[in-house]
Design a binder for this molecule. Structure first.
Ligand code: ADP
Ligand code: MG
Length: 404
């Protein structure tokens, strides 16, 4: 990685502003409830950087966005439950402030000692956050001697707390570096982008192809094969002239699907059978049919067992596998079989030394639900950010950091 990290700089007795990704699921949307964190995976993922900085004598000012508040009045998106959980995980006090910037914050930051931890309020309570507003960026930068970005999940956004602030801290002569989570993500996904071992197989699925056309196109330059399942396979099948009944399809994307298949030749591998049902529901009667046998009143909600076998054969001998997008509607148990089956196949490949990386929020959730998260080489914490990185895009929250 060509970016400086916290390990490259001196942080002793410095005030360090760390942009973390504490955008975690909460137990309730009702501000009158006792809202708690229901999955602290993202808080845990920030701990290596936080602990390192504390051990090296820094005072920490942490900030993150949480959910999609419309204004600072949306107090169900307050960072209070996160401060509580973080304090439990670190086993030390976390001072939660009710502002992002302002007098309360300046006063508290001025009084900080090494080892102190402040958590600012939800950055999106400030209207300037998403606009990458210059004033908000300067106000944030004024708090700190050093800026650390460890929020991989929002690194594809140029917001005040992920991008603008970095320029402000640099102008003051401060270091602007990556945390360990961003370092880990770049190392893992960077392998796939710039220097993949071959054979390199990409597996794509999920709901929509239009979101991922750029990614598929980029993968055609780097990967040896692309195995396609999930809802996105329907659009490819239809572009081949198949009848797909009531299946989810994006007619607008048919020309793109055709173009990609022409580019790819036999390097794109499509399903040979699917699991169909009459309607989109958990208990509709499921049936396995070949892709040439989808009736007009049926919809494909999973790929079939022969397709999983075919994918398994394609994966033999692979050195690197990237997986993005579930193979079916995994939220319904009876359409989760191929997704779970694939996760099991991939876990076995890891045991044989293959590198397997998972990107995408739902894909990560599916692998966790299957109980196989620990088995994978890498599961990205960033949905959109991991996709943009694999697309070959530069992420603004990373581009702004000091080069090594
Ligand atoms: P990720 O978050 O991993 O990038 P996506 O958001 O693109 O994945 O897609 C996940 C969604 O795709 C899931 O909600 C799943 O139900 C849906 N999906 C997968 N296969 C199908 C299908 N055949 N028909 C409809 N929806 C599907
Ligand atoms: Mg998703």
């Amino acid at each position: 990685m060509n970016k400086k990290t916290v390990a490259d700089i001196d942080v002793a007795a410095k005030k360090v502003l760390v942009r973390v990704d504490f955008n975690v699921p909460l137990s309730s949307k009702d501000p009158n409830d006792n809202i708690t964190v229901t999955d602290d995976m993202r808080i845990q993922a920030a701990l290596p950087t936080i602990n390192y900085l504390l051990e090296h004598g820094a005072a920490l000012i942490l900030c993150s966005h949480l959910g999609r508040p419309k204004s600072a009045d949306d107090i169900q998106f307050s960072m209070n439950p996160i401060a509580e959980r973080l304090s439990e995980l670190l086993d030390r006090p976390v001072m939660k402030l009710d502002q992002v910037v302002g007098d309360e914050v300046s006063t508290a930051v001025n009084a900080m000692q090494p080892g102190d931890i402040i958590l600012l309020e939800n950055t999106r309570f400030e209207a300037g956050e998403k606009k990458n507003d210059a004033l908000l960026s300067r106000q944030l930068a004024a708090l700190a001697d050093v800026y650390v970005n460890d929020a991989f999940g929002t690194a594809h956004r140029a917001h005040a707390s992920t991008e603008g602030v970095a320029h402000g801290v640099r102008l003051k002569g401060g270091d602007v570096v990556a945390g360990f989570l961003i370092e880990k993500e770049l190392q893992a996904l960077g392998t796939a982008v710039s220097n993949p071992p071959h054979p390199y197989i990409a597996i794509m699925g999920g709901a929509k192809i239009s979101d991922k056309i750029k990614l598929i196109e980029n993968l055609l330059h780097t990967a040896d094969k692309i195995l396609i399942g999930g809802g996105m396979a329907n659009t490819f099948l239809k572009a081949q002239g198949r009848i797909i009944g009531k299946s989810l399809v994006e007619d607008d994307a048919l020309p793109e699907a055709e173009r990609l298949m022409k580019m790819a030749g036999s390097r794109i591998v499509l399903p040979v059978d699917v699991v169909v049902a009459d309607e989109f529901s958990a208990d509709s009667l499921a049936d396995i049919v070949p892709v040439w046998g989808i009736a007009n009143h049926k919809m494909a909600l999973d790929i079939g067992p022969d397709t999983l076998d075919l994918f398994n054969q394609e994966l033999q001998g692979a050195q690197l596998v990237i997986w993005n997008g579930p193979m079916g509607v995994f939220e319904f148990e009876q359409f989760a079989q191929a997704t779970n089956g694939l996760a099991t196949l991939l876990a076995r490949l890891v045991d044989h030394g293959v590198q397997v990386m998972i990107g995408g929020g739902d894909s990560a959730a599916a692998v966790r639900k299957a109980g196989l998260a620990d088995k994978m080489t890498h599961i990205s914490t960033g949905g959109g950010a991991s996709l943009e990185l694999l697309e070959g895009k530069t992420l603004p929250g990373i581009a702004v950091l000091d080069n090594n």
